[in-house]
Design a protein around this ligand. Structure first.
Ligand code: MG
Length: 185
């Protein structure tokens, strides 16, 4: 089975990961999830500026514990739990600056992970795409791989620029918006 064929991805999302095998060997897969718009619906806190970019001042004002706890889950959240429970290596890769409230939200909803990669601080204003490529490259190298491509990771992200950047780095990055729609249907 080619791990990049769509049947593999559908079975992975369905949590049918224990039985996934290539040449008779069970494969441990690195699966990377973005948060906002991928596993978490935080749209009630998100305001877009006229050019379509995020209004960061508004976002930061609304990063209170109360508001964060009102966030919802998207269908891929269930897949993330199933994939982790099946023993795969789950990584969160988010453009958020993670606060204790964000970690509390993940724990409260049983969203567990092996690694979490995020923006370094409010002064870290790198664009999401190159930032995630850098974070993931360093991460997979810490696991002993040479590159994103060689790690064979599968990623879910709703940001088209991130999808393009990860794809250019040789990773398989699927459109989370499409996968969420498919999972609901
Ligand atoms: Mg996102």
């Amino acid at each position: 089975m080619n791990k990049y064929d769509h049947v593999f991805v559908i079975r992975l999302l369905a949590g049918d990961a224990v039985s996934l095998s290539i040449n008779g060997e069970t494969q441990m897969q690195i699966v990377v999830f973005d948060l906002d718009g991928t596993v978490i619906d935080s749209s009630h806190r998100h305001l877009s500026k006229p050019d379509g970019s995020i209004d960061l001042a508004h976002w930061r004002e609304n990063c209170t514990r109360e508001k964060i706890m009102q966030d919802g889950l998207l269908p891929l959240a269930r897949s993330m739990r199933a994939i982790k429970a099946a023993g795969h290596h789950v990584v969160v890769c988010t453009a958020r600056v993670m606060s204790e409230h964000d970690y509390a939200f993940l724990a409260h909803h049983g969203l567990h992970y092996d690694g979490i990669l995020s923006r370094e601080g409010e002064t870290d204003n790198r664009p999401d795409g190159p930032m995630k490529v850098t974070l993931l490259t360093e991460y997979v190298q810490s696991l002993g791989f040479t590159s994103i491509k060689q790690s064979g990771l599968i990623m879910f992200d709703d940001n088209l620029k991130v999808i393009a950047a990860i794809s250019a780095a040789g990773g398989l990055c699927l459109n989370a918006e499409k996968e969420n729609r498919r999972l609901v249907a």
